[in-house]
Design a protein around this ligand. Structure first.
Ligand SMILES: Cc1ncc(COP(=O)(O)O)c(C=O)c1O
Length: 363
């Protein structure tokens, strides 16, 4: 547990809410076995999957700012959004609960896979109020309903990607730079990271600009949605920059524009939540060579991009930013019983199976 984030050590910052939620810094190490398997040695990993003992992954850095704000404002409920198997709504359910806040998870459709059902079960298990919306219009209506019927609701956007959440990944870039400076890892030439709601990429990019680092951040697009685009990344990075500069005189006024963004859509396949063949191969190679578990929505696709790059370009060092969670929930998942899920969710799962969106059940 830290008493302040690296960002407040780097710059004198006044009045931005922050609490310590995760265990930082996260480890960096070489993926020698994976490197050997793909024929390129210089591959490294940043273990944000180990960012918390409760539930890890990339959301934890964002929550250190977002949850602090909700607590400062004395809210009782968090309302947040995602696909049916959202890691973010699950992470929020678990972490908000530790501070006495309840989470309303407003969920829209995504292909039903084993991974999705497991996340639904875990949300249910940890006490989320699951509010099935199906699509974004219904999600808006549900939001209005929750605001009208509950007191003290705090809204967290999809992926916790707002200016506050984005600061979590500015902080992460400062952390990485310190690990480079202390010799734990060479300065990566390329970072590979999954991009959904864009906050993770935007924070890393702003961090890179503020620290003037020579690294190419290769974002791997995992949704076909409007929000996943360079414009949104630049907007989020600039919002986070403005927020920082409003609260600190030390922060330089860096310029960020769309030319700074690399967003690769070649690994998306059919769309959000649809596993591709190369994604499944990447997951299984990582598990076999390094015993690190990934998932098919985000990290499998990001790793597929890295492996392809390593094989074709033979250039590095390459850094894979692991944004998934590695806390093991197998004991809780042993109790998984779809029949115990809320009726609406059960119906969705059954309907999807009937219309053949069953997908690859083992995930
Ligand atoms: C495992 C994982 N990786 C990456 C991301 C993408 O991060 P962002 O939404 O900040 O682009 C998410 C978002 O939910 C995620 O759950």
């Amino acid at each position: 547990m830290r008493d302040k984030p690296w960002i407040f050590e780097e710059y004198e910052v006044e009045g931005i809410p922050w609490i310590s939620v995760g265990n930082f810094p996260t480890r960096v190490h070489k993926l020698s076995n994976l490197g050997e398997a793909v024929g390129f040695e210089d591959i490294w990993i940043k273990r944000d999957d180990q960012s918390s003992d409760k539930y890890g992954g990339n959301k934890i850095r964002k929550f250190e700012f977002v949850l602090a704000d909700a607590l400062e404002k004395k809210r009782k409920w968090i309302i947040t959004y995602g696909g049916l198997g959202s890691n973010q709504t699950l992470a929020m359910t678990i972490h908000a609960r530790a501070y006495g806040l309840k989470t309303i998870a407003v969920l829209v459709d995504q292909p039903i896979t084993r991974h999705v059902i497991e996340n639904l079960w875990l949300m249910h298990y940890f006490g989320a109020h699951i509010s099935y919306a199906g699509n974004t219009t219904m999600a808006m209506l549900k939001t209005i309903w929750h605001f009208l019927t509950k007191r003290g609701v705090y809204m967290v956007p999809v992926g916790a990607s707002n200016a506050l959440g984005t600061l979590g990944y500015v902080d992460a870039m400062i952390e990485l730079k310190r690990q480079v400076d202390s010799g734990e890892i060479p300065m990566p030439k390329y970072i590979f990271v999954a991009v959904g709601s864009c906050g993770t990429y935007a924070g890393l990019l702003l961090g890179k600009k503020l620290l003037n680092l020579d690294v190419e951040i290769r974002g791997v697009k995992v949704t076909q949605m409007k929000m996943t685009n360079p414009k949104n990344i630049v907007k989020l990075a600039n919002k986070a920059l403005n927020l920082l500069r409003e609260h600190s005189r030390d922060v330089p006024d860096v310029k960020i524009d769309e030319r700074d963004v690399i967003l690769d859509g070649n690994y998306l396949g059919q769309g959000y939540g649809f596993p591709t063949q190369e994604c499944l191969e990447a997951i299984s190679l990582m598990e076999k060579t390094e015993h690190i578990k990934l998932e098919p929505v985000y990290t499998g696709k990001a790793l597929a991009a890295l492996i392809d790059f390593a094989r074709k370009e033979h250039d590095g060092p390459l850094l894979f930013w692991n944004t998934y969670n590695s806390v093991d929930f197998s004991d809780i998942l042993k109790k998984l019983d779809v029949q115990k899920l809320p009726k609406k969710i059960r119906k969705v799962i059954e309907r999807k199976e009937q219309i053949g969106v069953k997908m690859i059940k083992e995930f």
